[in-house]
Design a protein around this ligand. Structure first.
Ligand code: KIV
Length: 294
């Protein structure tokens, strides 16, 4: 059965009718599939993969090849949602040409339908060119984690009126450059509210309050799978770390106690083969005894 795919146009229509957009991250096939099955509209293979999946302290080390590998895996599970690939640090900053080549790889080799770029004015030209060649671009402003060293840590942005106005101007510039949606991360809700009103395209908030047109979280945060640190904006919808470690502990104990595997987890010979097996063993014993005596 063919499934109707969520597109950039769908998201625009949702903003038009005031229907909230849901977006979550995925890094592998099963999570991609589950998100798709429950009707999440946008699945982002975020470069947060570096931190929550690969154990790095920032998002900076993840490479193009690693991102492509994970986008392909997620893509195999996502049939309905819009699949967005995050452009990793270093894959689009050196030149517009390199950015176009790398963005193209996500659509051509990994099955993404759009890419996400962090930054404002500095990515406006690249955004225009990508949109011009048919690659939809999602923007990302506020706390852009690829700038963590420039910001001096994962800090809330746009906390002053001047800084807030700068983010608003950048948002308008990106809209003019052709982005189809804008992620707003870790900014005061009042700033996100105004940006959401001023833009025609949808805003997707993470730590930006409830006025945005949609919301996104890092799935591993939502599931309680990542506890290195928890930003204020994260809500744990499940405590999977406890569930998972509980299961591991129980398995370990049952193996040590000889409780697992039980009879229902074992394969058995049927009656005929069981008899033959006994006969084979008896013959082997007789042969060994004969050889032993000779
Ligand atoms: O990398 C990521 O997961 C993101 C989301 C937090 C928006 O950029």
């Amino acid at each position: 059965m063919t499934v109707k795919r969520v597109t950039t146009v769908t998201l625009q229509e949702m903003k038009g009718r005031g229907e909230k957009i849901t977006m979550l991250t995925a890094y592998d096939y099963p999570i991609g599939r589950f998100l798709d099955e429950v009707g999440i509209e946008v699945v982002l293979v975020g470069d947060s993969l570096a931190m929550v999946g690969l154990g790095y302290e920032t998002t900076l080390p993840v490479t193009m090849e690693e991102m492509l590998h994970h986008v392909r895996a997620v893509g195999r599970g996502v049939r309905r949602a819009l699949l967005v690939a995050d452009m990793p640090f270093g894959s689009y900053q050196a030149s517009v040409e390199e950015g176009i080549r790398n963005a193209g790889r996500f659509l051509k080799e990994a099955g993404a339908q759009a890419v996400k770029l962090e930054g404002g004015g500095e990515v406006a030209n690249l955004t225009r060119r990508l949109v011009g060649v048919g690659i939809p671009v999602m923007g990302h402003l506020g706390l852009t984690p690829q700038m963590v060293h420039q910001f001096g840590g994962f800090k809330v942005q746009a906390r002053t009126a001047t800084a807030a106005e700068h983010v608003l101007d950048e948002a308008l510039l990106l809209e003019e450059a052709g982005i189809f949606a804008l992620v707003l991360e870790s900014i005061p809700w009042q700033v996100a509210q105004v940006i959401t009103k001023e833009l025609r395209i949808p805003t997707i908030g993470i730590g930006a309050g409830s006025c945005c047109d949609g919301q996104v979280l890092v799935t591993n945060d939502l599931l309680g799978l990542f506890d290195d640190f928890t930003p204020k904006f994260v809500k744990h919808y499940a405590g999977l770390k406890e569930t998972i470690t509980g299961a591991f502990m129980q398995y370990r104990q049952e193996v040590k106690d000889g409780q697992f595997p039980g009879p229902k987890h074992a394969f058995s010979l049927d009656e005929t083969e069981s008899r033959r097996w006994e006969q084979h063993l008896a013959r082997r014993h007789r042969q060994i005894k004969t050889i032993g005596r000779g």
